[in-house]
Unconditional design. Structure first.
Length: 241
């Protein structure tokens, strides 16, 4: 972790926890599963930010969750979702998906292709309250994803967001940037900026694919793309105690 400023921590891709199985390669931004570091458990109310590549014809078999808002964003390929609430969907790039685990749900996530891997980000934030009804939402965000613009993908309080999450203190933004484009990240108490692909600079500090910046009261810093890029940004106004 490089401290470029008292309010900006940049975590290199190589410093993330790494899980490698015969069907899965996963990089974890925070403690996850058997990987645990008490100094790295969350940022704001973002508990999980996993960068997964799943081999063709494989995936995560049916397993349970509870009391979590889970957002999935596919970067390449197709992911098939099924859950105990009867929901079914195939998520491809540009599709936003949210599963509210609530008081309990079981689901599976499988690579929908027998020949190509699927590359996805899965992100978890805590809900406003425990014991909510489980829920599912999937919507196409493609029309809103203009180059050079931050687009609200998931939020609890932003009415312009593509999908709704049960967390009023968090908004997920995505920006697709061409080389030379500049955006300003939200001015919020807690912001997590993930370079999903490409190279960018935040506040003048370089980031490459898989790097993340954790901001705390850092202001509306500029992010400038040095190559065609995609950045995934969580804006949060609360943190876990």
């Amino acid at each position: 972790m490089v401290n470029t400023d008292a309010m900006i921590d940049i975590v290199a891709a190589s410093q993330r926890f790494h899980t490698k199985l015969d069907w899965l390669e996963s990089w974890h931004s925070f403690s996850f599963g058997e990987h645990h570091d008490p100094r790295n458990t969350h940022h704001g109310i973002l508990l999980v930010s996993n960068d997964d590549v799943v081999a063709p014809g494989t995936g995560f078999g049916t397993h349970p969750h509870r009391d979590m808002e889970i957002v999935t964003w596919v970067l390449a390929g197709a992911l098939e979702h099924r859950d105990s609430g009867g929901n079914h969907g195939v998520i491809t790039p540009g599709q936003a998906q949210r599963m509210s685990a609530g008081r309990g749900i079981r689901h599976s996530e499988m690579n929908a292709s027998k020949t190509e891997p699927v590359h996805l980000l899965q992100m978890w934030v805590v809900p406003d309250a425990n014991g909510l009804d489980p829920g599912y939402e999937q919507r196409d965000a493609s029309a809103a994803l203009e180059w050079g613009k931050l687009v609200p993908i998931a939020a609890g309080a932003n009415p312009d967001a593509v999908i709704h999450i049960n967390q009023t203190h968090a908004t997920l933004w995505v920006a697709r940037l061409r080389a030379g484009d500049t955006i300003a990240v939200p001015d919020a108490p807690y912001v997590h900026v993930f370079a999903a692909r490409g190279d960018v600079a935040i506040g003048g500090a370089p980031m490459t694919t898989g790097d993340a910046a954790r901001l705390a009261d850092a202001g509306a810093l500029d992010v400038t793309a040095t190559t065609d890029s995609e950045v995934v940004v969580w804006e949060m106004t609360a943190t876990l105690s």
